[in-house]
Design a protein around this ligand. Structure first.
Ligand code: UGA
Length: 434
C-alpha cells in the first residue's frame, strides 16, 4: 500500500518506518526542511532503539522517502497519517492549529478515495473538525479515522510492531477494511484490533494515559505515607501487584512522572472535563501530587545539610525523563537542578543520552560530566533522578573514594536498604526508611 505520514516527530517517524518494514511504500512529509534534508542524507533525527537499522534498511530498499511537499508526499497514497504536534495551549487544552492547517491543505489535493488517520493525541471531537476542514475543498470521498498510538518512548519500535492492541475509531466499512489490511501483519499473534466510533477512540487514548499517570501517582502517595508510618513501598508493591486486578506494572514509586505525554494528556483531559461542565477531581489531584513529587527529595537534601547548601556540589545521575531516551520534556531532573541552583549549590550532571538536550535548554549553569564517576568526583552528595540500568550496579568502592560524604539521595529506589546499610551509606529513597 502507498502511505503518507505527515509529521516526522517520534510518532510519525516510527509509524512511517514500521509501516515501510511491513512492505508498504511510505513517504514522510514535514515542513522542517533541515530535518527532511537530514533524513534524506541518512541521519535519523531521534534516538529510539531499533529505529536506525530499520530506517536504513527501508530507505535502501526504496520503501521509505522524505519530502517537504505535502502534494508530492500524498501522491497516490491510499492512507494518510497525521502525526502532528498538539502542544498544550495557555489554558492546558491541546492546540490543534497544526492538524487543522494540514487538513485544510489536504482537501483540494485528494485525487481518489483516501483514508486520513489522526495518529496524534487529540481532544474528543477532533476527527469531526478534521472531517469538516478537509470536506471544504475535497472533490473525492474520504474518511477520517482516529487511530491513537500507545507507543512508549524507548521501546516505540517494539510497541509498534507488537502492539497489545490497535484501537481504530471509524464508522466507515471501507475505512475499517483498509485499516485491517494495514495492521494485519502486526496482529498475527491474536492481539486485537478494537473498532469503535471516532470519539471513543480519541477518549481511549486519554483514558489510558490518565489511568497510568494516576496509577503511578497513587503509588507515589502510598510511598509518601509509607515513610511516615514506617513501611516499605517495595513490599507494598509486591503485595498488591500480585493481585491480577491491580497488575505488577506501573507501580514503581519515585520522583514523579514526566515526558511529553502524561503531563500534557492529563492536563488536556482535565480541560476537556471542565469544558464539558464536569469536575474530574482525580485528575486535579494527580497533577498536584506529581508537581510536588518531582522535588520530593529536596527537603531531605536540605535537612541532611542543615539548610546550608551554598557552595555544596551535588552530582546528578540521570537527566532524561526516563531511561532509553534523550527526551527531557517535563523531566524531574530539570526541576531538581533549578531548586539546587536556587539554594546556591553547584550541580554536576551525567546522563548517557540527554546531556546535549539539557545543555541546549539550560546552557552551562551546570557542569556536564563524561562519566557518572566524574559527576561525583569531589561532590558532597549524589542525587539519582533517572533509572538508567548502568546506575543500578555501580562501583560503590570507587564512589566512596570520590564522594566527599557517603550520602545518596535516590529518586528511583535503585538500591536495597540492607545493601546500603552494609556499605555504610546514608541513603535516602522514596517510600522506604532511611
Ligand atoms: C506514555 C504511555 O506509556 C504510552 O502508552 C503512550 O503512547 C505515550 O505516553 C504517549 O502518549 O505517546 P512514555 O511517555 O513514553 O509513554 O513513557 P512511560 O514509559 O509510560 O513513562 C512515563 C513516566 O512515568 C516516566 O516519567 C516514568 O519514569 C514514570 N513511571 C513509569 C513511574 O514513575 N513509575 C512507573 O512504575 C512507571
Amino acid at each position: 500500500m502507498k502511505i503518507a505520514v505527515v509529521g516526522t516527530g517520534y510518532v510519525g517517524l516510527v509509524t512511517g518506518t514500521c509501516f515501510a518494514e511491513t512492505g508498504n511504500h511510505v513517504t514522510c512529509v514535514d515542513i522542517n526542511e533541515a530535518k527532511i534534508k537530514q533524513m534524506q542524507d541518512g541521519i535519523v533525527p531521534i534516538y529510539e532503539p531499533g529505529l536506525e537499522d530499520m530506517f536504513h534498511r527501508n530507505v535502501n530498499e526504496g520503501r521509505l522517502n522524505f519530502t517537504t511537499s505535502l502534494s508530492e508526499g500524498i501522491e497516490g497514497a491510499k492512507v494518510i497519517f497525521l502525526a502532528l504536534p498538539t502542544p498544550p495551549g495557555e489554558d492546558g487544552s491541546a492546540d490543534l492549529k497544526y492538524i487543522l492547517q494540514v487538513a485544510n491543505d489536504l482537501g483540494p489535493l485528494l485525487a481518489d478515495y483516501t483514508v486520513i488517520i489522526d495518529k496524534s493525541t487529540v481532544p474528543v471531537g477532533t476527527s469531526e473538525l478534521v472531517q469538516t476542514a478537509i470536506a471544504k475543498e475535497a472533490k473525492f470521498p474520504f474518511d477520517v479515522v482516529s487511530n491513537p498510538e500507545f507507543l512508549r518512548e524507548g521501546v516505540a519500535v517494539e510497541d509498534f510492531m507488537k502492539p497489545d492492541r490497535v484501537v481504530i475509531g471509524t464508522q466507515s466499512d471501507r475505512a475499517k477494511e483498509m485499516m485491517s489490511k494495514l495492521y494485519a501483519p502486526l496482529v498475527r499473534q491474536g492481539n486485537p484490533i478494537i473498532f469503535m466510533d471516532e470519539r471513543s477512540a480519541e477518549m481511549t487514548k486519554y483514558a489510558a494515559n490518565a489511568f497510568l499517570a494516576t496509577k503511578i501517582t497513587f503509588m507515589n502517595e502510598i510511598a509518601n505515607l509509607c515513610e511516615k508510618v514506617g513501611a516499605n513501598v517495595d513490599d507494598i508493591r509486591r503485595g498488591i501487584g500480585t493481585d491480577s486486578r491491580i497488575g505488577k506494572r506501573f507501580l514503581f514509586a519515585g520522583i514523579g512522572y514526566g515526558g511529553s505525554c502524561f503531563p500534557k494528556d492529563v492536563q488536556a483531559l482535565a480541560k476537556t472535563s471542565e469544558e464539558n461542565d464536569y469536575q474530574f477531581h482525580i485528575l486535579d489531584s494527580v497533577m498536584r501530587v506529581n508537581e510536588l513529587q518531582k522535588t520530593k527529595l529536596m527537603p531531605y537534601i536540605q535537612g541532611h545539610f542543615k539548610n546550608d547548601l551554598a557552595g555544596k556540589t551535588i552530582g546528578i545521575w540521570g537527566l532524561a525523563f526516563k531511561p532509553y531516551t534523550d527526551d527531557i520534556r517535563e523531566a524531574p531532573a530539570l526541576y531538581n537542578i533549578e531548586a539546587l541552583l536556587a539554594l546556591g549549590c553547584k550541580v554536576r550532571v551525567y546522563d548517557p543520552e540527554a546531556m546535549k538536550n539539557v545543555q541546549d535548554q539550560i546552557g552551562d549553569v551546570v557542569e556536564y560530566s563524561k562519566t557518572p564517576y566524574d559527576a561525583i568526583d569531589g561532590a558532597d552528595a549524589l542525587l539519582i533522578v533517572t533509572e538508567w540500568p548502568q546506575f543500578r550496579t555501580p562501583d560503590f568502592e570507587r564512589m566512596e573514594t570520590l564522594l566527599k560524604n557517603k550520602v545518596i539521595f535516590d529518586g528511583r529506589n535503585l538500591y536495597e536498604l540492607p545493601q546500603m546499610q552494609e556499605l555504610g551509606y546514608t541513603y535516602y529513597s522514596v517510600g522506604r526508611q532511611s
